[in-house]
Design a protein around this ligand. Structure first.
Ligand SMILES: [Zn+2]
Length: 448
């Protein structure tokens, strides 16, 4: 019988054996980083951690956390790639850089051939585990730029043996057409863009759930498929199962994955990463079921040694028994729950964009939305702009507005202003959506 695991040996490895494997890989990584990266030699020397003093997994806690700011500083002080890199440029085969969203300085990243092999391997765990097979036709709907995006998924699809189709600079209409004409069975893109493609298809008179052969949609970049209402929306629009495979440029790709059991959690490929959860304020380690910041160590990416990297993502780790698939890897219940810096405080109430999204996506008559936080007479206000689907009768607008406001108000004990806006006025996104605007430090900004 065909295995449901990409790597049956590691994915079902007993905990004790798994930890032994992690330790051996951690020792290799720390030694290599100390020898080849000036940044790491200095950092480890300064914290008094001799590479050969890592004797058990607990010893990782002696290594100080690594921050995005340190990565940026390393590259600013030693352009282009910084003193953190462990290789010469001539040893690299790939170049990627972060998207520069949220105003951060872009990070430039090199990979060796081996690193890239590891990146695609980690993606294979997820894609194969979700059900992608060699008989599939995989379509990657994104721009193929230097943003790492779905490059890892592309190589994983080939490695699994599926027919792999890039889509580069095509328009959304052309992509819909190819998905139908080429008999695509697996779609890979951001959740936002999958919803957009379904809207474009509807405008073309095409019902993708009925007229396409897509049976799986694979997502990264945003937490959408782990937000219940958004998952339902994706699965209904495409008539397919929607899976969540979060990752980031710094870590090299997929850092957790949804298996075909869809238990509501994401497995951690623990033989490829050591993942810790900490209190974002104190840095203290947290246990199972406690919400905290994800800290990552990439065990297979050597050009950019990433040890105890503070991701800013919030997660709640649970034991492997949370899922019934037989994997011994722990999971994150509910996926990536948001980012520590995503949370907004409005009149003393904590607001997470993903929680708002979960409420708004329950309304299938809403096509697009935007959240604006602003000040009015020195008091914080939240406005939710919604764009209804084109076929919604305008007579239904007042009811939609009142219902949505009531749901939002009830969940947050805060009063939200809901405004219905015209078709096509809100921005559409192909990669990561930016649907929240905080204008509180811009008193002269208009709300239109
Ligand atoms: Zn599972």
């Amino acid at each position: 019988m065909e295995s449901k695991y990409w790597n049956p040996r590691t994915e079902t490895m007993p905990r004790q054996e798994l930890e032994k494997l992690q330790l051996a890989k951690l020792q290799r990584l720390v030694n290599m980083a100390y020898r080849n990266s000036q940044f790491w030699k200095k950092k480890l020397d300064e914290s008094g951690v001799a590479p050969d003093s890592i004797k058990n997994l607990e010893d990782i806690k002696r290594i100080p956390y690594l921050t995005r700011d340190e990565l940026n500083q390393s590259q600013l002080s030693r352009p282009l790639f910084g003193d953190i890199m462990s290789i010469n440029t001539s040893d690299a085969v790939r170049y990627h850089q972060t998207s520069g969203s949220s105003g951060k300085v872009p990070l430039r990243i090199l990979d060796t051939w081996r690193d890239w092999e590891w990146v695609s391997e980690a993606w294979c765990y997820g894609m194969y585990g979700f059900g992608v097979r060699e008989t599939d036709v995989v379509y990657l709907a994104y721009g193929y730029g230097t943003f790492i995006g779905f490059w890892g998924a592309h190589y994983a699809a080939e490695k699994i043996g599926a027919l792999t189709i890039p889509s580069g600079g095509l328009t959304s209409e052309e992509r819909v057409q190819r998905i139908i004409n080429l008999g695509v069975t697996v779609l890979v893109c951001t959740p936002t863009y999958a919803i957009r493609l379904a809207q474009v298809a509807a405008e073309m008179g095409i019902d993708l759930a009925r007229e396409s052969r897509v049976r799986l949609t694979i997502h990264a970049g945003e937490p959408g498929p782990s937000i219940p209402a958004t998952k339902k929306m994706l699965e209904t629009a495409w008539g397919a199962k929607a899976g969540d495979f979060p990752g980031m440029s710094e870590t090299g790709g997929s850092t957790a994955y949804e298996c075909s059991d869809q238990c509501g959690g994401l497995h951690i490929p623990e033989d490829h990463y050591i993942q810790e959860v900490i209190d974002p304020d104190t840095g203290e380690p947290l246990g199972y079921g406690q919400r905290g910041e994800l800290v990552l160590t990439s065990l297979g990416r050597m050009a950019l040694p990433l040890i105890r990297y503070r991701t800013g993502d919030l997660v709640e780790r649970v034991e492997s028994s949370f899922c019934s698939c037989g994997r011994t890897f722990d999971l994150y219940q509910g996926g990536i729950l948001g980012r520590a810096d995503d949370m907004k405080i409005v009149r003393g109430v904590n607001i997470f964009p993903s929680a708002l999204e979960n409420i708004i996506r329950e309304f299938s008559e809403i096509e697009e939305f935007q959240i604006i936080i602003y000040k009015e007479k020195d008091i914080d206000q939240v406005m939710v702009k919604v764009e209804p689907k084109p076929d919604l009768d305008p007579n239904a607008y007042p009811g939609l507005k009142a219902n949505l406001a009531e749901q939002l108000n009830r969940a947050h004990r805060l009063s939200f202003n809901v405004r219905i806006v015209d078709q096509g006025t809100l921005p559409r996104f192909e990669l990561k959506a930016r649907r929240l605007k905080d204008l509180r430090d811009q008193p002269n900004a208009t709300l239109d």
